[in-house]
Design a protein around this ligand. Structure first.
Ligand code: COI
Length: 352
């Protein structure tokens, strides 16, 4: 059974940007999708409406206690139509996040039908140049006007679309990461593995410091000892050491990235040994000195696979010696699958 979705079209459609003018997350399409949840009533009023401000009671719980979560996925041109990349993986992750944040689960059908209805409405906004896509941002937040601290009884699920180019501005180059030694993004038992807005605000101050020092993003270490790599500002972390690909294991404080999962599967299918385990900063430093740190890259929906050329902290620095060939190969294969140019043998694309 499909979700009943009403559609109210905009009377003021806006001009579409040119593909070569696209940055990340600055422009939004003509419509958005909304659905409400009330305790006792469940989900209702699924609708596509003109994109615009959402009215909120000043006492809405999300404004006070941060009960908000989101997803990020992408839609691509596919033949004469379009396709979503791994929407079911995003539905599942949002469900896990919602559970952790005491919010109602968005049913798979409501999520997927809502996203597809919105994409059909704003299909003309889908860019087609290489490196571009329509970024889909589903999010859920507590709207109940109530100042007591408990799970909200009213919630809004919304989806907006943004035509995007690459996440990082400027010419492509390996990223420079500042290794944060004092602050922590997340701790064991916390909400680090949830895609909660709170995790991103927790990262901002360190990210700003890193930027002022001339670095692109922060490399986060574990919250207990500051010894083991967790993740990069907006990406999961991978290093190729002595031919093997290593990435921090998902032990509760790291975001389980969908692109991380794709990269692990693609690399294994290429015959590369992939280890999901603890990765100590000292191991990376030793490999850097020994010349066995062959490459480092980050993965994420927005950034895909981004090469990393340097890790620095205090007066220490690790420069990555290799050429980034594996990361580049994985990036090309993944982008090829997304754009329908490489066979999708994993069933990752879903027609809209
Ligand atoms: C993504 O890669 O889609 C993310 O959600 C990370 C970020 C842009 C917040």
């Amino acid at each position: 059974m499909s979700t009943a979705i009403s559609v109210q079209r905009t009377r003021n459609p806006r001009p579409r940007p040119k593909d070569d003018e696209l940055a990340f997350g600055k422009l939004f399409t003509d419509h958005m999708f909304l659905a409400q949840w009330d305790e006792g009533k469940g989900w209702h009023d699924a609708r596509v409406v003109p994109y615009g401000p959402i009215s909120l009671d000043p006492a809405a719980c999300c404004l006070h206690y941060g009960q908000e979560a989101f997803e990020g996925m992408k839609a691509f041109k596919s033949g004469s139509g379009m396709a979503l990349f791994r929407p079911r993986a995003h539905v599942a992750r949002l469900a896990r996040t919602a559970k952790r944040l005491c919010m109602p689960e968005v049913p798979e059908e409501l999520f997927v039908d809502g996203v597809k209805a919105l994409l059909r409405e704003d299909a003309a906004w889908l860019p087609s140049a290489a490196g571009t896509s329509l970024y889909v941002r589903p999010f859920i937040f507590a709207t109940e006007p109530f100042l007591g601290v408990r799970p909200a009884k009213q919630v809004l699920f919304a989806v907006i679309l943004s035509p995007v180019g690459g996440y990082f501005s400027g010419p492509a180059r390996p990223l420079r990461l500042w290794v944060e030694q004092e602050r922590s993004r997340a701790a064991k038992g916390g909400i680090g593995e949830a895609k909660a807005a709170a995790n991103y605000v927790a990262s901002l101050l360190a990210a700003e410091d890193a930027k002022h020092r001339g670095f692109d993003q922060v490399l986060w270490l574990d919250g207990a000892e500051h010894r083991y790599v967790e993740e990069v500002g907006t990406m999961n972390f991978f290093a190729r050491i002595g031919g093997k690909l290593v990435t921090p294991a998902l032990e509760g404080s790291i975001l389980p990235g969908v692109t991380r999962d794709c990269v692990i599967r693609l690399a294994r299918d290429e015959g590369v040994q992939v280890e999901e385990r603890r990765v100590a900063l000292s191991e990376l430093a030793a490999a850097g000195k020994a010349g066995t740190l062959e490459e480092v890259f980050g993965t994420g929906t927005a950034s895909l696979v981004a090469p990393i050329g340097e890790l620095a902290w205090g007066s220490d620095q690790i420069r990555v010696s290799g050429t980034g060939a594996l990361g580049e190969k994985l990036r090309t294969t993944l982008a090829g699958i997304q754009r329908g140019e490489v066979a999708d043998r994993y069933g990752w694309l879903e027609k809209v």
